[in-house]
Design a protein around this ligand. Structure first.
Ligand SMILES: NC(=O)c1ccc[n+]([C@@H]2O[C@H](COP(=O)([O-])OP(=O)(O)OC[C@H]3O[C@@H](n4cnc5c(N)ncnc54)[C@H](O)[C@@H]3O)[C@@H](O)[C@H]2O)c1
Length: 256
């Protein structure tokens, strides 16, 4: 799909991987609606790209909030062709804590609600709009990109909720691509390794060093721009569908 004048929604677009995706899409000529809960950061992204980026305060996990955001996007830009799900939370907590007390069920549910249900929520509403587009010369109407994590496959200690949420994202990729094939809408997922975003910058050096040690090559965290560049490639390559792509420098995470 050609990005010039295409319209995209990027959730979590006020920070980290989402922000880098906004920058990459705008650089290729797309118009972007940033959906995020962080009003200050979201408004700043829009202000940096007048006429090309709008900000909508959207809670991805809420049906009405997402529907309002999608409607505002179509009103502002006339259509919707691309949805990139980057909004997510990364809370850690062991099934039993050091006092052998069970993880509160709410903590598990919150992670599923934002990372998994939020991703489906945006995808279903975006697909409804994409289905209205005129197909391009290759029969394409839209592209959906989810963000999982390598924790979907090798989750660490304390990542039961996070890994479950991301495993769910990987799991829904193929059936969603099958559901939407007849509309010319492709669905792919990126499973990032560890990226240098505010989510990881909050982590102490003591925790960062062993993570970098598990990366094969290059021996560093991923740069958000590398994630944004893969999103552009996925949009532009019509034959890439129903796939989960690890973007991780070859990391295979150990238990800790
Ligand atoms: N950074 C990493 O190393 C890494 C690795 C693997 C996967 N991921 C995943 O990539 C995605 C982006 O991560 P990041 O590192 O850029 O994080 P980040 O914290 O920098 O950005 C996440 C953004 O999502 C927003 N957000 C959170 N909950 C929301 C909600 N309910 N509705 C709307 N917006 C909401 C936040 O306000 C924030 O702006 C997440 O899904 C994360 O799980 C990140």
């Amino acid at each position: 799909m050609n990005l010039q004048n295409a319209v995209a929604v990027v959730t979590g677009g006020a920070s980290g991987l989402g922000l880098a995706t906004v920058e990459a899409l705008v650089a290729r000529g797309a118009k972007v609606a940033v959906f995020d809960m962080n009003e200050q950061a979201g408004a700043a992204v829009a202000a940096a790209h007048p006429g090309k980026v709008i900000f909508q305060k959207v809670n991805v996990a809420d049906a009405q909030s997402a529907a309002e955001g999608i409607a505002a996007t179509v009103k502002a830009f006339g259509a919707l062709h691309i949805a990139v799900n980057c909004a997510g939370i990364g809370a850690a907590g062991k099934t039993l804590d050091r006092d052998s007390k069970a993880l509160p069920l709410d903590a598990f549910a919150k992670t599923i609600q934002v990372n998994l249900i939020g991703s489906f929520n945006i995808a279903r509403l975006a697909a409804e709009e994409m289905a209205k587009n005129q197909p391009d010369e290759d029969g394409q109407r839209g592209v959906i990109i989810h963000t999982a994590s390598v924790a979907a496959f090798d989750g660490q200690t304390g990542q039961a909720a996070y890994s479950a949420s991301k495993g769910g994202v990987v799991g829904m990729t193929l059936p969603m691509a099958r559901d939407l094939a007849r509309y010319g809408i492709r669905v792919n997922t990126i499973a990032p390794g560890i990226f240098d975003t505010p989510m990881m910058q909050g982590v102490s050096e003591e925790y960062r060093a062993p993570l970098i040690a598990m990366v094969q090559n290059p021996k560093r965290f991923g740069a958000p721009a590398e994630y944004g560049s893969l999103c552009v490639s996925i949009v532009e390559n019509n034959y890439l569908n129903a796939e989960t792509i690890r973007l991780d420098g070859g990391i295979r995470m150990q238990a800790k």
